[in-house]
Ligand binder design. Structure first.
Ligand code: SAM
Length: 291
């Protein structure tokens, strides 16, 4: 079995110097230089030779080497063209890796899963570029990409937001969206010194295991997410006022109050105290009233 050659500071510096590589801040480039963290990610992702892994942002190929050892196949999507010759070099020994030089947000990942994996579910594993964490994850869920799990390094604060529930200051639209599609689990917290260059924020590895079926029954998903966004857009307002101020929902205030009362809540209730089940119930009432 081959051993990954990257994942420590010396080898990373060596390869960066060999190719005279300069980090691009706009691409959120913070490369992993800690083998313990890499081992933890691979273990949490639970990869077998049956799996196809999609890696977003392979960088110089550090985690890609680990993934190629564990998986049947790896497709790695990297936006920075200056990293492509480096990846050709560092992944030279692996015949189960395909590198695509593309912006992942412009790529049709569903089509990719169909072509490369016969439409079977992928496992997504990545040390994500933090500036586009939410669009990447929501894009995978909302576009019905067949994914079994997403195991990713994200900003610590974002991991907390994904995992938390009502009553916590981090609870919001992202928590509800993620939990509608998946079961979140924070695997590890990762300090800045595990990266080169060091990010200014703390990081965490989170695993999102996709639900086979959402935990709540919703008549109109888009309506529920419009309601959720409207409730958290104006956190200080009551739920009724927040929803009343939304231009996406055209309901009279009395109807909104009635729908909220049917949840068994008083008029002063705020969106941040509602569970996913309650948002689903509320959106189903409003759906019925709209018809
Ligand atoms: N996986 C490497 C590691 O752990 O050392 C690098 C991780 S670094 C945090 C994020 C990577 O994502 C960089 O290589 C960056 O160039 C790439 N990236 C940034 N924006 C991207 C995009 N829109 N599409 C694909 N890759 C992107």
């Amino acid at each position: 079995m081959r051993k990954p050659t990257l994942g420590n500071p010396q080898n990373t510096i060596e390869i960066l110097q060999k190719y005279d590589f300069s980090f691009q801040k706009k691409f959120g480039q913070n490369f992993l230089i800690d083998t313990h963290v890499l081992d933890k990610i691979i273990r949490a992702a639970d990869i077998t030779k049956e799996d196809m892994v999609l890696e977003i942002g392979p960088g110089i190929g550090t985690m890609t080497q680990y993934l190629a050892e564990a998986a049947g196949k790896v497709v790695a999507v990297e936006i920075d063209k200056n990293l492509i010759p480096i990846l050709t070099d560092t992944l030279h020994d692996y015949d189960n890796v395909t590198v695509i030089n593309e912006d992942v947000l412009k790529l049709d990942v569903r089509e990719l899963a169909r072509e490369e994996n016969g439409g079977r579910p992928l496992k997504v594993v990545a040390n994500l570029p933090y500036y586009i964490t939410t669009p990447i994850i929501m894009g995978l869920f909302e576009n019905d990409v067949p994914v079994e799990s997403i195991t990713v390094m994200v900003q610590k604060e974002v991991a907390d937001r994904m995992q938390t529930g009502p009553g916590n200051k981090d609870y919001g639209a992202l928590s509800l969206a993620v939990q509608y599609y998946a079961e979140p689990y924070i695997v590890a917290n990762v300090p800045p010194n595990c990266f080169m260059p060091r990010p200014r924020v703390g990081s965490a590895v989170i695993r999102l295991t996709r639900h086979e079926k959402p935990p709540v029954e919703v008549k109109d998903e888009k309506l529920m997410f419009d309601i959720i966004r409207a409730s958290f857009n104006q956190r200080r307002k009551t739920l009724a006022n927040g929803l009343n101020n939304s231009d996406k929902l055209s309901l009279a205030k009395e109807e909104l109050i009635e729908a909220i009362e049917r949840l068994g809540k008083g008029p002063g209730v705020r969106g941040e105290s509602l569970t996913l089940e309650e948002f689903a119930e509320l959106s189903n009432y409003i759906y019925a009233l709209n018809r």
